[in-house]
Design a protein around this ligand. Sequence first.
Ligand SMILES: Nc1ncnc2c1ncn2[C@@H]1O[C@H](COP(=O)(O)OP(=O)(O)OP(=O)(O)O)[C@@H](O)[C@H]1O
Ligand SMILES: [Mg+2]
Length: 515
Amino acid sequence: MEMEIEAEEEQVQMEPPKIHRLDDSVVNRIAAGEVIQRPVSAVKELVENSLDACSSSINVVVKDGGLKLIQVSDDGHGIRYEDLPILCERHTTSKLSTFEDLQSIKSMGFRGEALASMTYVAHVTVTTITKGQLHGYRVSYKDGVMEHEPKACAAVKGTQIMVENLFYNMTARRKTLQNSADDYSKIVDVLSRFAIHHMNVSFSCRKHGAARADVNSVATISRIDAIRSVYGVSVARCLMKVEALDKDPSSSVFQMEGFISNSNYVAKKITMVLFINDRLVDCTALKRALEIVYAATLPKASKPFIYMAIILPPEHVDVNVHPTKREVSLLNQEIIIEKIQSVVESRLRSSNETQTFQEQAVKPTPSCQMVSSNDSNRNPSPSGSKLQKVPVHKMVRTDSSDPAGRLHVYLQPESCGHLERNTSLTAIRSSVRQRRNPKETADLTSLQELIDEIDRNCHSGLLDIVRHCTYIGMADDVFALLQHDTHLYLANVVNLRGIMVILSRDVGKLKMSSN
Ligand SMILES: Nc1ncnc2c1ncn2[C@@H]1O[C@H](COP(=O)(O)OP(=O)(O)OP(=O)(O)O)[C@@H](O)[C@H]1O
Ligand SMILES: [Mg+2]
């Protein structure tokens, strides 16, 4: 009771806390912590600056996951000597003058905050040279200002920015990041994404001191080549092109182009590389919508690889909605997502329907595999790199117990224009027929009894399928691929073995072998 009275008295006596203005250095550091959330945010900002500077080559070096050093070098237009004193002040930019400019902005930067933010949480050194200069300049920055006059130095075309000791003055942030091992992989991931979209620019990313680069892309004019060089041939060969165009101002105006994975691409998690008006962004709603389509259409390949570039009129995109510019807001977003969703859905359905299986002839011929219709953009790399072919020995089904002989190797989305679905199926059927020898089937009366029992107890539709199916081959250790009419079935042979042995004798159609 006494304590209650004391608390009440305390409340009455407590004065409201005094409001005071925060010191600029505190404000700037707090703001900087929002813009540069982790090393990968600094890399993204620096690379975007290099792209805005019309670079054709961007090289990134990283030490200690970016905490010790991030160095981004480009061959862009450089920074004018006169601009160096204010380069790293907050809200200084060459990309925006009035608020209205935001409506038509094409550059990735516009706030004049990225470099400034870095100087509040790290040591920043800039080396740059502009066209026609005999030498470059180097200058270091701290808390938004130059630490000394720019020093003349030797320089190669463009700009190099070094960010050292990131978060040296933010103990908690540095500690949490030191324990996280995946910052370098996040940097590699972001560089990979830039590399496949900005395919006219060559990118490299390596750990400091490492001889090998973890991203090493060369400029190309083919998107699929760009994807192949960054994500590998195994991803590229599973992709199909998607496109959408809407010009109806009463609903939505946009253009979409991309590559999406087919049923052969199996991964543990979705990879969604999305660019909207050339900005690398996330769009959770679109990602979710596409995941739903994949789960419904290709349940076994429901974690797809998706590269998508969407172009909208600049005035339909609000780029100023996130401190790291990671998200944008679109006019008619729901309609756009719905339309893209339905384009992807019909693309997946049509690719599913037009999958064909082709057995390679005994005589080695140019390799042809499963066809995904309209799988375009298969030009050889302009850099001269050839499409990686599946080795010939892997294309021939020799033994189903041998991984190289399993049907999976036939399921490559490589286009083979001159062979149609029907001819390839006929080839399979005829070669299967050749292998069969109905005379070899046993003639035991006990089997007849079992057949009668199966006839009595089994579902008639299933029996009809098994009776009249064509055995194509083993898809893996457990599942056989069977064809009935125009349908393909994956049959669990462990469950079906008894029935199949019996029916093979009955109708002389199937012959089980030790393979
Ligand atoms: N690599 C570079 N090459 C040429 N100029 C550069 C480079 N990096 C930065 N700049 C210049 O420095 C300015 C400030 O860069 P900063 O990244 O801080 O701001 P921004 O790109 O204009 O906007 P945002 O904060 O949205 O990125 C840019 O406007 C640009 O003029
Ligand atoms: Mg910028």
